[in-house]
Design a protein around this ligand. Structure first.
Ligand code: IPM
Ligand code: MG
Length: 358
């Protein structure tokens, strides 16, 4: 029995999470696994209900689970709350920190039939298969923040960016292990020409590289990496980078897959893994059944793989998504001529049926 905490959150979160649950249930039925789903409040929905975006009860439910499935959080109605009550800073970041989720995995895999959906040329994205490993509990996101008044009547705002050897080693070793199981190329991304934290990052990677001789290690500045990702993305296998660079690069990399609606994510490193789509709560399309549930469904596949070590079950979901795409079904974000338009629930149904059928 796998215990899964379910946190739908805000916006399209409440629409896409049930579709991922359907996929998990189909796999369970087919392969004889059982789950216990426990739903809990997070984000703006939690703030509205109980006055805090990450209620203690939610954190406890997550801690008592084997894995967490999260939809999305945030929305314009909560943007003006005091910072510590806003869904992003008040819920998502502390959740990552509290659960010790230092490694965020965002794989960019191309699905058949999506080549034309990308804003990039087909010949650029054909054959792309990369994964970004983003450090998730350090750096600017978690450094001390302050504001002070200045003599000229203005203000000064500060965010501290620091990384310790321990934090860097931990994520880099993790990335080497992933690279060893893939094409054995690790590209470490930093800004060592300017930032001290990046110089420690690069020195640490260089030192560890000798322990993993079977993996080819390269270094790249983050500005160059953002350019290389759209110039020649096939050059990448595994990218490892710090928190903020990883946040930015993964939004960019999502366009290699055709839509950010296709990019799953797994956050691991602690006792309990967290699985969520890389996209946000999309308030503009919330409640209209237009959201693409596939990133969340693919995140559920990552849960099977990384939290439960059910590799073939994970592949079952991924294969079903691939087949449904190949059959020409599309949510509005990926719709193009000659394809069949479906809504969020229909897409979930299609994947569920495909899992049962395969
Ligand atoms: C992400 C998101 C979050 C982040 C936001 C919502 C705080 O952009 O998971 O990439 O910056 O980490
Ligand atoms: Mg982001």
């Amino acid at each position: 029995m796998y215990r899964i905490a379910v946190l739908p959150g805000d916006g399209i979160g409440v629409e896409i999470v049930p579709e991922a649950i359907k996929a998990l249930q189909a796999v369970g039925k087919k392969c004889g696994h059982q789950y216990q789903f426990t739903e809990a409040l997070i984000g703006g929905a939690a703030y509205d209900a109980v006055g805090h975006p990450l209620p203690a009860a939610t954190l406890e439910i997550c801690r008592q689970s084997d894995a967490v499935l999260l939809g999305a959080i945030g929305g314009p109605q909560w943007d003006d709350l005091p910072v510590h009550l806003r869904p992003e800073v008040g819920a998502l970041l502390p959740l990552r920190k509290e659960l010790g989720l230092y490694a965020n995995l965002r794989p960019c895999l191309l699905f058949p039939g999506l080549l034309q959906a990308s804003t990039l040329k087909e010949e650029i994205i054909t054959g792309v298969d990369l994964i970004v490993i983003r450090e998730l509990t350090g750096g600017l996101y978690f450094g001390a923040k302050s504001r002070e008044k200045t003599l000229d009547g203005g203000e000064k705002a500060t965010d501290i960016l620091s990384y310790s050897t321990y934090e860097i080693e931990r994520i880099v070793r993790f990335a080497y292990k992933v690279a060893r199981q893939r094409r054995r190329q690790l590209c470490s991304v930093d800004k060592a020409n300017v930032l001290e934290s990046s110089r420690l990052w690069r020195e640490t990677v260089t030192r560890l590289a000798s322990e993993y001789p079977e993996v080819e290690t390269t270094h790249m500045y983050v500005d160059n990496c953002s350019m290389q990702l759209i110039r020649y993305p096939r050059q990448f296998d595994v990218i490892v980078t710090e928190n903020m660079f990883g946040d930015i690069l993964t939004d960019e990399a999502s366009m290699l897959t055709g839509s950010i609606g296709m990019l799953p994510s797994a956050s691991i490193g602690g006792q309990v893994g967290l699985y969520e789509p890389s996209h946000g709560s999309a308030p503009d399309i919330a409640g209209q059944k237009k959201a693409n549930p596939l990133a969340t469904i693919l995140s559920a596949a990552m849960m099977l793989r990384y939290s439960f070590e059910l590799e073939s079950e994970a592949c079952l979901i991924e294969a079903a998504v691939r087949q449904v795409m190949a059959d020409g079904y599309r949510t509005p974000d990926l719709m193009e001529e000659g394809k069949t338009l479906v809504d969020t629930v229909q897409m979930g149904d299609l994947v569920q049926e495909m899992i049962m059928k395969n």
